[in-house]
Write a new protein. Structure first.
Ligand code: IMP
Ligand code: MG
Length: 180
């Protein structure tokens, strides 16, 4: 366990409260369903950070949805990206000819999503889109523009609603900024 993850809650400041999060997730769901009409959508939940967002989003999108899970490890417990992307769990189905949306918790340097897009594109989906709850555009190392963005946030380390610090705080119902 990262020592920082045991610190007191005074180091956390609410950035996006629960009601704003939920309202935005509903909007994103409606927008996605409008864009795809009644076509089936394959949602790929990028583990672990987007598991809560995915659970709420697939219900907000409604209609025909398949949900797949992709295990990715790009951080190793701290607040800095390592730049190394490791696949810890692959999809259990083919995505060929499917309308695919990759669901992320946050795009920071863009390295993880860049890697995933290349990896998934060779599997020949009919379409491949990205939906991220949070975007930190200030910190990009590679170009990456998501099709659907919940909130654009400043370059600060955030936790909650699936996002962790040393595996903790994923269960907060809001997004909070962690200040070391
Ligand atoms: P990227 O490769 O730098 O774009 O970051 C990808 C992953 O790093 C995200 O999917 C998150 O899991 C993690 N990450 C980036 N920024 C934060 C943060 O502020 N809080 C928690 N996790 C983060
Ligand atoms: Mg993630």
């Amino acid at each position: 366990m990262n020592a920082a993850a045991n610190k007191d809650s005074s180091q956390f400041r609410v950035l996006i409260p629960e009601d704003r999060l939920q309202a935005r997730v509903s909007e994103l769901g409606e927008q996605i369903r409008r864009d795809f009409g009644d076509r089936p959508i394959t949602c790929i939940c990028v583990l672990k950070g987007s598991f809560i967002f995915t659970a709420d989003l697939v219900r907000a999108v409604g209609g025909a949805i398949e949900t797949e899970f992709l295990g990715v490890s790009s951080y190793h417990g701290g607040t800095q990206t390592s730049g190394v992307v490791q696949i810890t769990k692959d999809l259990t189905t083919t995505i060929e000819d499917k309308d695919v949306i990759v669901i992320e918790d946050i795009i920071d340097t863009g390295l993880t999503m860049h890697y995933l897009m290349e990896m998934l594109a060779v599997r020949k989906p009919r379409s491949l889109s990205v939906c991220t709850l949070l975007d930190k555009p200030a910190n990009r190392e590679v170009e990456m523009v998501a099709d659907y963005v919940g909130f654009s946030i400043p370059d600060e380390f955030v936790v909650g609603y699936g996002l962790d610090l040393g595996e903790r705080y994923r269960n907060l119902p809001h997004i909070a900024v962690y200040t070391p």
